[in-house]
Write a protein that binds this ligand. Structure first.
Ligand code: GLG
Length: 837
């Protein structure tokens, strides 16, 4: 790697004012400059995309100045750096967010206005990087924002997928997937660091021998070497100079790869090799909460983890530190088990490449890593078939076996030879085929283990990780998730932001607890009116988008009842639709029945291979087709499936929500974060005691939360007592009617076959207790409707709800991680003598 300039020289790099100035005039000049010098256009012939690019580069120039200052500051002192390892980052569009965090949103708007342009149009030009599936990937993005905002030195490491999460289209009510070619117009937010690259070995075999000094040595001869190249994206904090790095790895063929084939004239084989290498970072696996068990997925995981660790070791050693002290430079967080192979890779690097003794290497490793668990669903816990694993990572299999041998040796003494405990703790699972349990590897190799909401952490300790908890309770803690108020309020809901700030100032944006100061305005009639006005305006805007996208006309005065998240049986979108059918049937039975008008908005993607989830999408659309058109309904009920749920669309949907649907089977949703975003935008929650709902309810007060359903404990008890869903079907006429209509083809042009699988699974299996919770849900929804009739009272609840949501900022989460797990401190970055805007 290049050495770069020395410290003195860096200091002397001068940047011109046109690239740093933040005032309207300078911004105007800079945009025209970039239009000319980057896009090669003059205003008369520039397209909207040219202007988007010109503005993006203008913003990027300002980021670069802060980025350089941050790197410089970090290198000057000895600071512990947080390294966040995540296979997913669901970033969302950069432009608006960077303007907010740089504190120049208004200035940019004004500059463009004076040039006859509109900022919103340019913001809408950006194709978002959808490098994640759902909550887990979005959490990583929120955490990067908070780390920078709290001025904590941090690097996020991940994969630069060429194709992110698929684009969803709805045809004839069914989900259709299309590839997400997000890089097609280039990416002004990243800088390719061609000089930062590492060779990654895959496959092959391992040999051991004794060298001349009598030391055991290992040689791993791979059958494939790929190169990982760094692509860096600056992440600027809110109104601070701190600008951290998100470093994503792209796989390529190594420079020398095709020599032999090429020399022997086998051109197509050489090209093939190149394709094989590039495939590794080609596409994001579109599964949320399921494991794929595919070779390519393991290769992806290992690829990015090995690049990242080699990169960290390089940074550490270049600071003149000893390899044995690696953990003093980096605290490495594993975002779920996707990067857990890092534990074996760290051991390999230390033992095979840096010649450390096993025990010394293990000491470093187990002081470096911490592991966050995001799910209790057994189907999401990663397991790798041992043969498959050996075919990709033969050396790592040996290392894992050695870790396991030593670990079980130690453990056997502590559990007095309890065979069941030993096999539950073992990293290697036995059976017809042996397999590697990644969660166990993560637990064994980490000094801290955490869940993502209070209930989830408790359930972890009692169920999936109970033997680990018994073994080392001191490793366990809870870190309830949070979301960044910058993207999820300031950027997505500027009207509400302005209203709130007009009462309590702007401090809440960085100290979300200060929202509590809103409570004293909850009875102020003028404020209540303004609150309702903002919500209505947001609903009107969403109604416009809905018509444009789906041709469905909805009434902004109706309750906007919103369930947006991945489609999954445990999240129970079908429970919601059963309620829709129930209301519809009330109208059919008595067209004059009093019904509080509602607009049901659904959005979310289903994993392409998840049949039942795709069927749920079809069901929502089928019910919508009938309900939306039935003249008896008189427009009082509308069902909308908003296609292609992603960060961009989420930002438009949350501000318009009245009611937030958080109705998962208790004990299944680890935390949820959409629940927080909707609530912060003024929606009231209808939900079960699951995930972070429990804490949200505690904070906002039970009188401002619509609670229904079985508790996690009751779910388990009902199951062990022998749950019989058919019993609920037979004994509840409304439920029976709704299910019969679905199966008889009432909503599907009399086709009585389409929904068969869904109905059968509900009637005879119902793992997620939809039927058991149905009546409680419908009753609770009736209370919602009743409450919504009193608009002012509803607004008051909404205000109190927002005022009490301060806990759910990702700043709070990150502060807890910093203090309790990573032991890192903030390092303010100064620019022109100041550390913030
Ligand atoms: C998981 C869980 C969510 C959680 C998120 C972030 O299912 O409940 O909020 O991680 O911790 N796969 C996920 O989205």
């Amino acid at each position: 790697q290049d050495k770069g300039l020395d410290k003195k020289e860096v200091q002397n790099v001068l940047v011109e004012d046109a690239r740093t100035g933040l005032d309207v005039e300078t911004l105007k000049k800079a945009i025209l400059n970039n239009l000319f010098y980057v896009q090669g256009k003059y205003p008369e012939i520039a397209t909207r995309n040219d202007y988007y690019m010109a503005l993006a580069y203008t913003v990027r120039d300002r980021l670069l100045q802060r980025w350089v200052a941050s790197v410089k500051q970090y290198l000057e002192g000895k600071h512990r750096i947080v390294s966040y390892l995540s296979a997913e980052y669901l970033l969302g569009p950069h432009l608006g967010n960077n303007l907010v965090n740089l504190g120049i949103y208004k200035e940019a708007e004004q500059a463009l206005h004076e040039m006859g342009l509109n900022l919103d149009w340019l913001i809408e030009k950006e194709i978002e990087p959808g490098l994640g599936n759902g909550g887990l990937g979005r959490l990583a993005a929120c955490y990067m924002d908070s780390l920078a905002t709290l001025e904590v030195p941090a690097i996020g490491y991940g994969i630069r997928y060429q194709f992110g999460i698929f684009e969803q289209d709805i045809r004839d009510g069914w989900q259709v997937e299309d590839t997400d070619n997000w890089l097609r117009r280039g990416n002004p937010w990243e800088i390719a660091r061609r000089e930062i690259s590492y060779d990654i070995k895959l496959g092959g075999y391992v040999q051991h021998y004794m060298d001349r000094d009598g030391k055991f040595r290992t040689i791993w001869t791979p059958d494939l070497i790929v190169k990982g190249v760094a692509y860096d994206t600056p992440i600027v904090g809110y109104k601070v100079n701190t600008t951290n790095t998100l470093r994503l790895w792209k796989s390529e063929a190594p420079n020398s790869f095709d020599f032999q084939s090429f020399n022997s004239g086998d051109y197509s084989n050489a090209v093939n090799q190149k394709i094989i290498c590039e495939n590794i970072s080609k596409v994001l696996y579109p599964n949320d909460e399921t494991r794929s068990g595919k070779v390519l997925r393991l290769q992806q995981q290992y690829f990015f983890v090995s690049c990242s660790l080699q990169d960290m070791i390089g940074i550490h050693l270049r600071q003149g530190e000893r390899i044995e002290d690696f953990q003093t430079t980096f605290a490495v967080q594993l975002n779920d088990t996707h990067p857990a192979v890092a534990i074996a890779e760290m051991m390999r690097l230390l033992v095979d490449e840096y010649d450390l003794e096993w025990v010394d290497a293990w000491r470093v490793t187990t002081r470096t890593f911490a592991y966050t668990n995001h799910t209790l669903l057994p189907e999401a816990l990663e397991k790798w078939d041992m043969e498959l694993f050996a075919s990709v990572l033969p050396r790592h299999l040996e290392i894992i076996q050695e870790i396991n041998r030593r670990f079980l040796d130690e453990v056997t003494v502590r559990v007095y030879g309890d065979q069941e405990k030993i096999s539950s703790l073992s990293i290697i699972g036995e059976g017809p085929r042996r397999y590697i349990k990644m969660a166990n590897l993560a637990c064994a190799g980490s000094f801290a283990i955490n869940g993502v909401a209070a209930l989830h952490t408790e359930l972890l300790k009692q169920t999936v990780l109970k033997d680990w908890y018994a073994l080392s309770p001191e490793k366990f803690s809870n870190k309830t998730n949070g979301v960044t108020p910058r993207r999820w309020m300031v950027l997505s809901n500027p009207k509400l932001t302005e209203l709130i700030s007009s009462k309590i100032g702007e401090n809440w944006i960085k100290h979300l607890d200060e929202l509590k100061n809103l409570e004293k305005f909850a009875d102020d009639p003028e404020f209540l009116q303004q609150w309702m006005d903002v919500k209505l305006e947001m609903k009107t805007q969403l109604a416009q988008r809905i018509v444009n996208r789906t041709n469905i006309k909805v009434d902004p005065e109706s309750i906007f009842d919103i369930q947006v998240k991945r489609i999954h049986e445990y999240k129970r979108q079908h429970l919601n639709i059963l309620h829709v059918i129930t209301l519809y049937n009330r109208i059919k039975q008595n067209p004059e029945a009093e019904i509080v008008p509602r607009t049901f908005v659904f959005a979310g993607k289903a994993a392409p291979g998840y049949k039942q989830a795709k069927l749920i999408i079809k069901l929502i659309n089928s019910v919508g087709e009938i309900v939306n058109k039935d003249p008896d309904v008189k427009g009082r009920l509308k069902v909308v499936f908003y296609p292609n749920y992603n960060v961009t669309n989420a930002q438009k949907i949350y501000p318009a929500a009245d009611l937030s649907e958080q109705i998962s089977t208790a004990g299944k949703e680890a935390s949820g974060t959409g629940n927080m975003k909707l609530s912060l935008n003024g929606a009231l929650t209808i939900g079960t005691l699951d995930g972070a709902n429990v804490e949200i309810r505690e904070c906002v007060g039970e009188e401002n939360f619509f609670l229904f359903g079985l508790t996690a404990e009751e779910v388990e008890n009902t199951k062990s007592d022998g749950y019989n869903p058919f019993h609920f079907y037979e004994n509840n006429p409304n439920l029976k009617l709704a299910l019969d209509q679905i199966s008889n083809g009432y909503f599907s042009h009399l086709d009585d076959t389409i929904f068969k699988d869904l109905i059968n699974s509900l009637l005879y299996d119902d793992q997620f207790m939809v039927l058991a919770d149905y009546q409680s849900y419908v009753d609770c929804q009736d209370q919602v409707a009743e409450a919504f009739k009193d608009k002012v009272k509803w607004a008051r609840m909404s205000i109190l709800n927002v005022a009490r949501m301060g806990k759910f900022s990702s700043d709070r989460s990150i502060r807890e991680y910093c203090d309790e797990i990573w032991k890192v401190k903030s390092v303010p970055v100064t620019l022109n003598g100041t550390s913030s805007k």
